[in-house]
Design a protein around this ligand. Structure first.
Ligand SMILES: Nc1ncnc2c1ncn2[C@@H]1O[C@H](COP(=O)(O)OP(=O)(O)OP(=O)(O)O)[C@@H](O)[C@H]1O
Length: 562
């Protein structure tokens, strides 16, 4: 756990934790003084003769020149009052710093996770489940902060317990060892019996949450199909089962959470009574003489029990949320792609030499040789699953060839220049994802807003006039572009691709979902737009590619000119 925590937290965070541990040591010392000071105060307040008989009282009394024992006890009381106010304030400060640290880590970890997800290889990304990524960012990061808070809280409480315990040992080791024996047995039983169960519940909770998020994203993503199937019951049942499992894990966990506290409280009360009985048996005639010792034990137990309780509580939280720590650790460890800033110039050609690529064990492209001249319009056809998208993803620098390579003019595509190459590409997919917002933001898609350029791209995509009949650039597209027709969505996607001023336009079955008439019109406009650009088209319908200069068919991992 510690190595994972060290990996997740920055050096600064680790220093902060050490600082917090030191502060918690100070808080524990103050707690100890708070407990130890009350017994002598009660003793001296009930018996003024102690001022002379106890050397430490006598020393303070004479050193500070008190006029009467009454004045001495009064001052002692005032000092204690101030001290207890200070104790509360420093505790409050500690709790505040603890909360600030743990919840401050939440946004840092979420930021790091999101950055990592954005920077991993495209190849790694497509193996990930997006609902897992959403779950990690929303839920696991939150659970991790609970674990972190519990860890720090537990450490500070351990200090408190150790210090109080050390003092009790010093005061009366027989009683203290007796108490320890009973407590140790109970602690062992609780740790053995309950810890495993709580860890298991943590895993169950995570697994149900996974199904819960997956069902959510697949249901909203396929809403139309669900409506058509008119069978939302099975989906609902799946959702309800995962929710039920999640709730059950939480219910069990909450119940188990209370077992340590209740057992400890019961044991604590019993032990207090046993201590009184023990002292009575030891010295039946002088119980009042044991009053300070008794009050110290009572106060120590009063402080120890909640502390031990909180330690167990924190320990349970750590166990319950341990899976989140592992998930975050794994996801932050994912290899990110560090791309260089080298410029690549595309003046003449794109050349593929003996390019091979496969997913896991499956070889999809075998030793492909191909030259695409600048300005050429190239189409790729082939059966579904023949590898057209894979080939184009290699050309546009999303997938890295496993053998062979790609040369732009005479420069090989590599990590150092991939960024510059990708910037030259405008990609229009078959499934356009428009997010809920206006047209302007959808076209710019996170890039700097330039209204003139957006209008020009919308004009090129032949959608500007239509938008003028609505609210222009401010027209709302609805979630997933639901307020637009398929053709209109595709035109927004074209404008989005053009906004990056690409040198190469890539259409991955971009118009195959449209009817032939709309497709023909859009394709005609795309050929016009791409007059001076290189155009790569993946298509099923031959009518789409009739204006292309070359058509290649992919079959059994190889490429043939048609
Ligand atoms: N992420 C992936 N993991 C494993 N295999 C994959 C992955 N993506 C694609 N494949 C496999 O690689 C092969 C080529 O897929 P690709 O999508 O390139 O074909 P395609 O010709 O574009 O198909 P379509 O015309 O149906 O879009 C297919 O057999 C597919 O199952």
């Amino acid at each position: 756990m510690f190595s994972k925590l060290r990996f997740i937290l920055s050096h600064q965070d680790q220093h902060y934790i050490y600082g917090m541990l030191l502060l918690s040591l100070l808080v524990s010392l103050i707690e100890l003084i708070g407990i130890s000071a009350i017994a002598p105060f009660i003793a001296v307040a009930s018996d003024f003769s102690l001022i002379e008989s106890k050397t430490y009282f006598a020393f303070v009394y004479h050193f500070l020149h008190f006029d009467s024992p009454y004045e001495f006890v009064l001052c002692f009381g005032i000092v204690l009052l101030v001290f207890y106010v200070f104790r509360s304030l420093i505790n409050l400060l500690y709790q505040h710093l603890l909360a600030r640290f743990t919840f401050g880590r939440y946004h840092l970890i979420v930021e790091r996770l999101f950055r990592n997800y954005l920077d991993i290889n495209y190849e790694d990304f497509i193996t990930k489940n997006t609902s897992h990524l959403t779950k990690t960012i929303t839920t696991e990061a939150h659970n991790f902060t609970i674990l972190l808070a519990a860890f720090l809280f537990m450490t500070s409480e351990v200090f408190v317990v150790l210090l109080i315990y050390g003092t009790l040992l010093f005061v009366d080791f027989k009683i203290t060892l007796g108490l320890t024996f009973v407590l140790a047995i109970l602690g062992f039983l609780l740790a053995r019996g309950i810890a495993l169960k709580i860890k298991k519940q943590g895993r169950e909770k995570e697994s149900h949450q996974k199904t819960f998020f997956e069902t959510l994203s697949s249901s909203f993503g396929n809403y139309k199909i669900i409506k058509l199937q008119s069978d939302s019951d099975s989906i609902w049942r799946n959702f309800s089962n995962s929710l039920e499992g999640y709730s059950l894990a939480n219910i069990k966990n909450q119940t188990f959470f209370h077992i340590p506290r209740l057992s400890l409280e019961a044991l604590g009360f019993c032990m207090m009574i046993l201590v009184v009985l023990y002292l009575l048996i030891q010295n039946p005639n002088n119980v009042t003489g044991y009053l300070p010792l008794l009050s110290m034990y009572v106060l120590a137990l009063y402080r120890l029990l909640p502390s031990i309780n909180r330690i167990l509580d924190s320990y349970n939280k750590i166990l319950f949320n341990f899976r989140s720590l592992e998930i975050i650790y794994q996801d932050l460890k994912m290899q990110t792609q560090d791309l260089g800033e080298e410029e690549v110039k595309f003046e003449r050609e794109i050349r593929l030499e003996k390019l091979s690529f496969g997913y896991q064990q499956k070889c999809v492209l075998q030793e492909i040789n191909l030259t695409i001249c600048k300005g050429e319009k190239v189409a790729f056809i082939g059966e579904s699953g023949s590898g057209k998208s894979t080939l184009v993803d290699c050309i546009i620098g999303l997938l890295c060839p496993q053998n062979g390579g790609i040369w732009i003019d005479d420069v090989k595509l590599e990590k150092t220049n991939l960024k510059s190459w990708r910037k030259k590409i405008g990609y229009i997919p078959q499934n356009v994802y428009l997010f809920s917002g206006n047209v302007e933001d959808n076209v710019a898609f996170g890039r700097e807003l330039d209204k003139e350029k957006i209008i020009s791209c919308l004009k090129s995509a032949k959608i500007y006039e239509f938008l003028q009949t609505k609210e222009g650039l401010e027209t709302q597209v609805g979630d997933g572009g639901i307020a637009l027709s398929g053709g209109q969505k595709q035109r927004i996607a074209i404008a989005r691709a053009l906004y990056g001023e690409p040198e190469i336009l890539v259409l991955d079955e971009a118009t195959s979902a449209l009817d032939t008439e709309v497709e023909a019109r859009i394709m005609e406009e795309i050929y016009k737009i791409a007059k001076d650009k290189t155009l790569l088209i993946i298509a099923h319908r031959l009518s789409t590619i009739e204006h292309c200069d070359s058509i290649y068919r992919l079959q059994n991992g190889t490429l043939k000119l048609v």
